[in-house]
Design a protein around this ligand. Structure first.
Ligand code: FE2
Length: 738
């Protein structure tokens, strides 16, 4: 242990003495594109344009990552508090503490509240942040898309989405904050404070090797689980990924923990030698050889190859809001364990079935090490070159028959559909009704776009080969390599057949050579419809869907992403057309599609440098019977507005816009703002009819939960030290639920 600590200290000494010469100059008059505040505030919203519709019901939530305990919001600063190069600089914005912004629309004057999602590991991070006595030994570090401490484990950042839930007997229910790699938490709809985790630490299986004794284990789950408002049950998953890269995982952990400095030095040496070698196979062979013989290459305590290996597991979880989970171990109809190659970001739920998919969002275990040495750009380049694989251009789909799920848990079959959905999919929703066993799924197909790739500090632009503008570092590298698709898919869930003839895809580049594009599917990720995520009642048939299209951005189409998807198999537009459209920097838009025809019926186009960051359907206090139910309401959007339509705004305003759902083409009917709320990139939104205090009764006590978890950690843990650390730094923040 002593040897390990001294190595870690050595490493930090070297890290902090790093030079800052190569950092780009930042124009002080220019507000960064990603400028985001992590201050918790509460206040009123001012109407800055239009009239506030007084018949809006309930409250909207917006989830967003807001940087780390060290960063003071976003962007990640280039230098740390001591003026040295900041190892967090350029890490993906996805890797940051979660904040929820809630806008209460019901009062005469709408109000806004922002809260950080302060999990126990948040407080551990706070207690070990830069400048604290624990930082060197226990501090958390951004390692690519995850934030880890070699002693404490992996951060649960809860930054992705909120899902309303209302269990049996509850009048209000709770919000549930989610993350792909962390257990969800119930959140109080009134105060936005965490109420209770979903399930105890010990109920979740973790994906780190068994020899890693971490109180904060890696929980892989779904950021978009399923809640059934009729049966009032929550369904989610808990899995580990099946990936060949897994074979190197145990020994990489070992050397990272025990021999970090030497591991880094040797890997850096190798990276310098091969990173620019033109032959991929040669690079791969050299790196495979290095990792196969890590014990030989890295000095220090060798890794014991016989140590127990982690199992691959895939469990379905059901929770009714009280007591423990029920879980089922899933296999497919041939008896094989479900093999997840990408991730289960999204789940689907209908009256009789649950839908599982291998989603195209590689936020999963192999990504944990996409940057184990964040301070080394050469290693980052090498690992990205090897580890970034193209997403599979299809979506493997599994169906679970809910009637097969034995109430006591056990095993269950997830039937694989005869054909995968023939496009990659990130988000989707299903009609609750499934007449004659036919499921209808509406999906966003992020064709040739990977949400898990982010713009690196060494990236170059595909169009002109110039370095990417530093303003775009950390953002998702979602420069389009083809237009997105919006699909309606039907499948026979009893006979496991994808009904291709009854499925339909909307794909539309719009008139991208003209000023007004019209409805289009450039870079689509987020959508809404009336009743989306409702914990009150299901949407039997989704009739109208609104989605945001993000246009094209020169700085987000990196050379790396371009080369990765040059040969995209479902290509709709030629590479020439893609380059042309990217050169034009197409604006954001909002499109409504009628799901019967899968044709667009309404469209609003943003000005340049106006970014619709989300869209959420909001119901009226009283139903207007003159309008079809699915159109009766408003659309609420977080919007980032640049102060200039020219290429470089110097300031951005964080606003909330309201559209009349029956007519988005006429533009926002109201714009709201509070100067203290500052956001840039936001993730998912949700809506609840009333933001009253949670009436959740079953609450897991933080101290009991972690005392039990720490007690059961094995293999050389200094339990006394961990217990004291938790007693001093974590539990005092949970006095209300000890
Ligand atoms: Fe998502």
């Amino acid at each position: 242990m002593k040897r390990f600590f001294s190595k870690v200290i050595d490493f930090f000494k070297r890290l902090f003495s790093g030079n800052t010469k190569s950092l780009p100059e930042i124009d002080p008059n220019q507000e960064p594109l990603l400028k985001t505040s992590r201050n918790e505030i509460e206040g009123r919203l001012e109407v800055i344009e239009g009239e506030f519709p007084k018949d809006m019901l309930g409250a909207c939530q917006i989830s967003l990552p807001v940087g780390t305990v060290n960063s003071g919001g976003l962007p990640f600063p280039a230098k740390n508090h001591k003026g040295h190069r900041n190892p967090e600089y350029g890490s993906p914005i996805m890797n940051g503490d979660g904040m929820v912004i809630q806008v209460n629309l019901a009062p005469e004057t709408p109000t806004v509240k922002t809260k950080l999602m302060k999990t126990p590991c948040y407080y551990a991070d706070e207690a070990t942040k830069e400048g604290t006595k624990h930082h060197g030994l226990m501090g958390f570090h951004n390692m690519g898309i995850t934030r880890m401490s070699m002693v404490l484990g992996s951060r649960n950042e809860l930054n992705t989405a909120t899902q309303p839930v209302k269990f049996k007997g509850q009048k209000v229910g709770s919000l549930m904050a989610t993350y792909d790699v962390g257990r969800p938490y119930l959140v109080d709809p009134k105060t936005l404070e965490l109420v209770s985790p979903v399930g105890k630490v010990k109920e979740w299986m973790t994906a780190e090797p068994p020899m890693v004794p971490w109180p904060f284990g890696i929980v892989q789950t779904s950021a978009h689980p399923g809640f059934d408002p009729i049966t009032q049950e929550l369904f989610t998953v808990n899995y580990s990924k099946n990936k060949k890269a897994y074979t190197h995982l145990e020994q990489s952990y070992h050397h990272l923990k025990h021999n970090r400095a030497d591991f880094k030095e040797k890997l850096e040496g190798l990276a310098n030698e091969v990173v620019d070698h033109p032959d991929d196979e040669h690079v791969k062979a050299k790196v495979d050889n290095f990792f196969d013989k890590l014990n030989h290459h890295v000095d220090g305590k060798p890794h014991d190859k016989d140590e127990p290996k982690g199992d691959v597991f895939m469990n379905l979880i059901r929770w009714d809001g009280t007591g423990s989970f029920v879980h089922w171990e899933l296999s497919d109809q041939t008896g094989d364990k479900l093999a997840i190659y990408e991730c289960m970001h999204q789940m689907g739920l209908t009256k009789d079935y649950l839908i599982l998919t291998d989603c195209s969002f590689k936020f999963s275990l192999d990504m944990l090490f996409d940057n184990p040495f964040p301070e080394s750009k050469i290693i980052e380049r090498l690992i990205r070159r090897l580890a970034t694989v193209r997403m599979e251009p299809f979506t493997t789909t599994y169906i679970i028959r809910r009637r097969d799920l034995k109430p006591e848990g056990g095993k269950a079959i997830a039937y694989r559909l005869d054909h995968p959905i023939p496009l990659e999919t990130i988000h989707y929703s299903c009609d609750y009704d499934n007449p004659d066993g036919v499921v209808t799924l509406y999906g966003v197909h992020n064709a040739a776009t990977c949400i898990a790739e982010w713009v690196r500090t060494f990236d170059r632009r595909a169009l002109d080969g110039k370095p990417v503008d530093p303003d775009y570092y950390s953002l998702f590298a979602v420069g389009s390599m083809d237009i997105s698709r919006f699909g309606k898919w039907k499948f026979d869930a009893e006979n496991l057949k994808l009904l291709k003839d009854e499925s339909k895809v909307f794909e539309e580049p719009g008139k991208y050579k003209e000023d007004h594009l019209g409805p289009n599917t450039w870079a689509v990720a987020l959508y809404t419809y009336r009743g989306i995520l409702s914990a009150e009642k299901p949407v039997n048939k989704i009739k109208q869907i609104w989605f945001v299209s993000d246009g094209t951005v020169k700085n987000l189409l990196t050379k790396f992403v371009y080369e990765l998807y040059e040969d995209y198999p479902h290509r709709k537009l030629s590479l020439h057309e893609i380059k042309d459209a990217t050169e034009r920097e197409l604006p954001f838009g909002l499109t409504r599609v009628n799901t019967d025809t899968m044709e667009p019926e309404d469209y609003y186009q943003c000005d340049r440098n106006t970014f619709l960051r989300g869209v959420q359907f909001v119901e009226r206090k009283t139903r207007n019977e003159n309008v079809p139910e699915e159109m009766d309401g408003y659309l609420f959007c977080p919007v980032q507005v640049g102060n200039s339509v020219d290429s470089k705004p110097t300031k951005y305003s964080s606003e909330f816009w309201v559209f009349d759902a029956t007519d988005v083409a006429k533009g926002p009917i109201c714009k709201l703002k509070n100067d203290e709320v500052k956001f840039a990139f936001t993730l998912h939104t949700s809506w609840i009819p009333n933001a009253e205090p949670s009436d959740q009764q079953y609450i897991i006590k933080t101290k009991e939960d972690y005392d039990e978890a720490i007690k059961d950690l094995d293999l050389g843990v200094d339990r006394g030290f961990l217990e004291k650390f938790f007693e001093e730094n974590v539990y005092p923040h949970f006095e209300h639920n000890r």
